[in-house]
Design a protein around this ligand. Sequence first.
Ligand code: F0G
Length: 358
Amino acid sequence: SRQWRGVIREYADRLDVTESTPVVTLGEGGTPLIEAHPLSERTGARVWIKVEGMNPTGSFKDRGMTMAVTKAVERGAKVVVCASTGNTSASAAAYATRAGITAAVLVPEGKIAIGKLSQAIAHNARLLQVQGNFDDCLDIARELAANYPVHLVNSVNNDRIEGQKTAAFEVVEVLGDAPDYHLLPLGNAGNYTAYHRGYREEITRNAATRLPRMFGFQAEGSAPIVRGHVVTDPETIASAIRIGNPASWELALVARDDSDGYFGMFSDAKILEAHRILSADVGIFVEPASAIGVAGLLERAEAGMIPKGSTVVITVTGHGLKDPQWAVRRPDGSDVTPTVVPVDAAEVAEALGLGAAA
Ligand code: F0G
């Protein structure tokens, strides 16, 4: 056995790198693809979950960031910049530290989860809270990259998409072919675009025989792609995908049309219901945005749009510890408070409902 070497070294033959490329890696990729039996039983499909929260900083962003920071360093960058709803900033901060360069990150004030904010601070990013939303942050990041000596590492940078396409390679390797359906959240639609590219490349090199139908999902309060227009004031508890003007919008439409795909949207309540199913029934803890693919599976299967027997992969994009408060919050808004017991085995047994002692 050997240690996984990170996506650039594992897939060097399919990425734009050479022997002399200064690879910046934290061992990202090689994440588990887990069959979700409760979801398979509910839908009659064979449902697999690609658990991207298992990446080094807890989200799929690391696949793209290893590539983006590596290429930035190769081109001589000393500072990388990004706009972020949280995960990109955590990842950029970690990989910049690894490379010995600076990450400048712009986040919407008060709108990113505490886990992600802590990561960026811990990794010593130059983090600024902008008095605007993610879309405003991205506008500024692009302007900085155009006019100052900083290198943009948002997914408008093609190196990000290149790194992220490796997730599709891993899925094909495990299943032996592409699945029939692939479901995932849509924010900037960079990841949707990346999977599409990865699957296309697998077909080209005869590792896969088909392109999955690609289904992407947004939160109702920030669903520009589904609604067909920019949302100027996006709102959702799924803060990772609180984006009103997606960077990869056009590419996502191309990928949808090529794959006979579909875009849908869900309320925050539906997202949290899917979040609960994943944690309580399947055993996988994700952040709210990451659960939206499961909401999509249940709704599409119910609508008869995912035939029984189909192979379905759902990417869950970020770890539950990023934004854990939703696990303890009940649908009515109150919080779960665990029962307090005295230091007494009999009382603990009673509280656990274990019955009488033997
Ligand atoms: N899921 C999570 C957990 C995310 O953090 C993001 C995007 C997405 C899904 C959507 O992916 O943008 O490629 O369509 N987060 C970005 C960030 C915007 O700044 O961390 P996408």
